[in-house]
Ligand binder design. Sequence first.
Ligand code: THU
Length: 132
Amino acid sequence: MATEKELIEKAVAMLDLSYCPYSKFPVGAALECEDGAVFTGCNVENASYGLSNCAERTAAFKAVSEGHRKFKRIVIAGRCEDFCWPCGACRQVLNEFGPGMEVICLNAKGEAAHMTLPELIPHAVDSIWLGN
Ligand code: THU
C-alpha cells in the first residue's frame, strides 16, 4: 500500500507531464485501488477543446482498462491557489468505481484538503438508481 505522502509525490510529478497548451492549467492525479495498485494521470487537452480529458479520468480509465475496478483514494494536484477540486464529470466517473472513496485535493503550496466522494457528489447516478 502506498503512503499518502507517496501518492502526493506521484500526483505532483504528473503536473510536468500534463498536456495543457490551451488552458495552461496543469493537473496531476494518483489513484490508489483497493488492491494497492496505483495509477497516475494528467490532463490531456486537444485543439478541439471538448475532447480534452481530465487528470482524474485519465487515471481512472488507466486503472479500469488494466482490470482494477475498486478505487480507494485519489490525490489531485494543481498549481492554483485554491485546492484542485475534481470537476463534476470526474466526480461521477470516480463514483462508478469508488462510491465511498477518499479524495485528497492539493493546492500550489502542497496543502491538502481531505474529502470523501459522497461529500463531493451526493446523490450520484449509480446502477441502483438505474434499476440494474
Ligand atoms: N482539469 C482536470 O484535469 N481536472 C479537474 O478536475 C479540473 C479540470 C483540467 C481540464 C483542463 O485541461 C484544465 O484542467 C482546465 O480546466
